[in-house]
Design a binder for this molecule. Structure first.
Ligand code: LLP
Length: 407
């Protein structure tokens, strides 16, 4: 949550060397702020921890697809994990070479496949039988070299995480069953325009232990062991981040240590999203009103579930902190947005000093799955995004306007 980049200096919350109140004085609220330094540190930390496995890191663009973030990570050497034609497009525009793109997704349209194959993406992670045929046909039609694919296994394991972000259990829509994969692999030679080189498994996000990951990897290896042409294991994302100060979670090194004996003889691909960007970002919001009602304090702020849906959708907890500390007693309060939904709560029973209209709050650890999941619900323009680099900052996405809501 706190780190060397997002921290208090005296009373003022800073992003690297900049006091956040000074930035928002120029940009207004609600605004997402990111630390360039922290994003790169997180990437480097994962890269180094997995160095002994020589893992290829494909940043999962779904966590935050801001062009500047993609570009920074691509420039630092990351590949991209894209989950739609749009994300493939963004990856290419960020300068990612097509071979460094993994194109995944449970329902890729033929147009998306045609675009990705035409561009020569490095991998397509496949989750449907018919999709295998489409890729085979499109590759032939476009006269391209065989497309390299990974079959995504549904390993039938239950990840220790929120049910909405678990993907590896038998009842989930994701992946192909072991039986289906075994059958396809036994008939690889039916597909002239495909190269079967890998297996993919992603059991969920924000994983609270490594047990199910190990089970999933074992199941994947069982399937490819008979085929010496299949040497790549793409183990997806899921590295967790701390949303509260004392959360106990497996570290990146725990993941490396626990999977090392299983995967050491394979080429490894990793698709981290959250662990790279979550704690490098925060959402700044201003208190609009203070309401004392039904024995509770409500701070009604200018950010809402339209800007950050995680609390409403997953009951996710984000720490909420005053941008300028006050030396006053802390009292539990509810931080709510202006949207016409009872679920529009950013934080319940958050201990805060007494606030007044105009005070600023920071909703912490919102660099991942924040802005990308923002909507225009209630005709709310999506917020601005700011990148801080040491003592400098720049707008990396302009705030939308009412005019832009006209479509
Ligand atoms: N690879 C695949 C195939 C995925 O489905 C995902 C996330 C990732 C990689 C990246 O996972 P990460 O390293 O970020 O855990 N909106 C939710 C999270 C949804 C994750 C979807 N898939 C949230 O706000 O928690």
């Amino acid at each position: 949550m706190f780190n060397d980049s997002i921290h208090y200096k005296q009373e003022a919350l800073h992003c690297d060397d900049l006091p956040l109140n000074e930035i928002v004085a120029k940009t207004g609220t609600p605004t997402y702020i990111y630390s360039q330094k922290r994003i790169l540190e997180n990437y480097t930390q994962i890269k180094s921890a997995f160095a002994k496995l020589d893992a290829h890191i494909h940043y999962s663009a779904k966590a935050n697809n801001n062009h500047h973030i993609l570009k920074m990570l691509v420039d630092a050497g990351a590949g991209i994990d894209a989950v739609s034609g749009g994300e493939v497009y963004l990856a290419l525009n960020a300068g990612c070479s097509p071979e460094n793109i993994v194109f995944a997704g449970v329902g890729k349209s033929r147009e998306e496949l045609r675009f990705a194959i035409g561009k020569g993406v490095g991998w397509i992670n496949v989750e449907n039988i018919a999709e295998i045929d489409y890729i085979n046909e499109i590759t032939a039609e476009l006269g391209r070299e065989p497309t390299r694919i990974s079959l995504r296994l549904n390993p039938d394991v239950t990840a220790n995480t929120h049910p909405y972000i678990a993907t590896g259990h038998g009842g989930a829509k994701f992946g192909l069953t072991a039986t289906t994969i075994a059958d396809v692999l036994a008939h690889q030679d039916h597909y002239e325009h495909l190269t079967f080189s890998g297996i993919h498994v992603h059991i969920g996000s924000q994983l609270h232990d490594t047990t199910a990951t190990q089970q999933a990897i074992k199941a994947a290896i069982n399937l490819i062991e008979p085929y010496p042409n299949i040497r790549t294991l793409d183990i997806g994302g899921g590295l967790p981040v701390a949303y509260t100060p004392n959360e106990i979670l497996p570290s990146i090194q725990d993941f490396v240590d626990d999977i090392y004996p299983l995967v050491k003889d394979y080429e490894l691909i990793l698709e981290p999203g959250r662990a790279i960007v979550a704690d490098a970002g925060l959402l700044l919001t201003e208190v609009l009103y203070v309401k004392q009602q039904a024995g509770q304090i409500f701070y009604i702020v200018d950010a809402s579930m339209s800007e950050l849906i995680r609390p409403a959708l997953y009951q996710a907890h984000h720490e909420i902190l005053p941008v300028i500390k006050k030396d006053r007693e802390l009292t539990p309060a509810n931080i709510v947005g202006p949207v016409c939904e009872t679920a529009d709560v950013l934080g319940r029973n958050i201990n805060l000093p007494p606030l007044i209209a105009g005070d600023l709050l920071a909703v912490m650890t919102t660099g991942a799955y924040g802005m990308v999941m923002a909507s225009n619900y209630n005709a709310r323009p999506r917020p601005a995004e700011i990148m801080v680099n040491g003592t400098e900052w720049k707008t990396v996405r302009e705030r939308e306007t009412w005019a832009s809501l006209m479509g």
